[in-house]
Design a protein around this ligand. Sequence first.
Ligand SMILES: NC(=O)c1ccc[n+]([C@@H]2O[C@H](COP(=O)([O-])OP(=O)(O)OC[C@H]3O[C@@H](n4cnc5c(N)ncnc54)[C@H](OP(=O)(O)O)[C@@H]3O)[C@@H](O)[C@H]2O)c1
Ligand SMILES: *[C@@H]1O[C@H](CO)[C@@H](O)[C@H](O)[C@H]1NC(C)=O
Length: 318
Amino acid sequence: MTITKEPSAPLAVVLGVTGNQGGSVVKALAESDKPYRIRGLTRDITKPAAREFAAGGVEMVAVSLTSDNAADARAVFTGANIVFMVTNYWEHLDVTREVAEGKMLIDAAKAAGVGLFIWSGLESIINVSNGKYPNVYHFNGKGEITEYGRRSGIPFVNVQSGWYASNFWKLQGMKPKKLADGTFELALPVGPQTLLPVIDTPNDYGLFVREAIECPEFGPGSEVLTSGQDITVGDMVSQLAEITGKKITYRRIGDEEFMTATGMPPSVALEVLESLKYHEECGYYAGKTTDASRRHLARPTRTWADFVRATDWSSVLA
Ligand SMILES: NC(=O)c1ccc[n+]([C@@H]2O[C@H](COP(=O)([O-])OP(=O)(O)OC[C@H]3O[C@@H](n4cnc5c(N)ncnc54)[C@H](OP(=O)(O)O)[C@@H]3O)[C@@H](O)[C@H]2O)c1
Ligand SMILES: *[C@@H]1O[C@H](CO)[C@@H](O)[C@H](O)[C@H]1NC(C)=O
């Protein structure tokens, strides 16, 4: 990593540095030929990922960024030229909490005079679908935070996160299942032509954040739509089968069957069901294309096939 401590270099404060997105942001800034100072935030600076970043030159700071902790947020943002923020809905499944934390962080950045605020948002599915799919809280809450950030007056960029390539590999209820005849099946409540902006997040998400910071086309007020490759679920399954040498088929199943087959708690299964149907009907990014967002990346992104080849599937396709 080429991270500097030179006071003349811009200071980037990165939330979620021990996670998929924040870790990727640090990696991408460290790859840049422009120097950055980086302050990484975590609740636990003793965990291995935190120690590794510290050894690489990241200033690691322990902080818990909950909505009752605005003073600490303002303190860790002080002096920042750039802040990257992500919220983690899946840790608590509480959209009210997610939105409150997002708004608090925007207010804190405003108070600290941050130069560029980069947020990992998602579309408001309830709005884009005109109320047809109201229950996808992990998208809707992020849409609300985006709207708040845009109206706050701070220099704000929304770098929306694509569909994680790891979902079919690690998410319970989203992995291919073994059938009685020994072959595998991926069964989802949408057609095989459903297109997704698939991204190997730890490897590539940060590239788009770097683009948002370094490329003049993406200043404050802009939106970046991340994707390693836009690919249909049907093609994902056939490429997975071809590369791993396993027989894997895709099947569209009914909503009720999906809800019970996933094994997720009912409220979570409903979120996932509605999100998939929204992706099929409206498009993950509400019909916007990812072309312009991919034009000025510093290096190529991984395709789905690249991700499949780089991943050990033995526990999934056993
Ligand atoms: N799966 C998908 O396809 C997909 C697609 C688009 C968007 N997303 C969204 O991605 C988000 C998760 O991002 P991720 O994958 O990067 O998460 P992750 O890998 O699970 O990591 C979460 C990070 O957030 C930090 N964090 C959580 N609560 C914190 C708090 N109170 N104070 C300080 N830091 C805190 C954690 O730090 P410590 O634990 O070290 O404190 C950790 O670094 C979710 O909201 C999800 O909706 C997912
Ligand atoms: C959703 O639509 C409502 C009603 O038009 C509007 O008030 C709100 O600002 C929209 N929210 C987002 C996140 O776009």
